[in-house]
Design a protein around this ligand. Sequence first.
Ligand code: FES
Length: 56
Amino acid sequence: MYVCLCQGVTDGQIRDAIYEGCCSYREVRETTGVATQCGKCACVAKQVVRDTLSNV
Ligand code: FES
């Protein structure tokens, strides 16, 4: 599903970024561009990062 409509970032892309080495929300944001425009998706994006990091 799309987490960030502005940048077209899906939850799968966030997970992939973490599997490929990102280990914080900040790094995921820099890598995927998630939450870099309107910012409305930040809460959900952070949640996906948190959930994924606690499962790796
Ligand atoms: Fe992610 Fe707007 S929906 S920055």
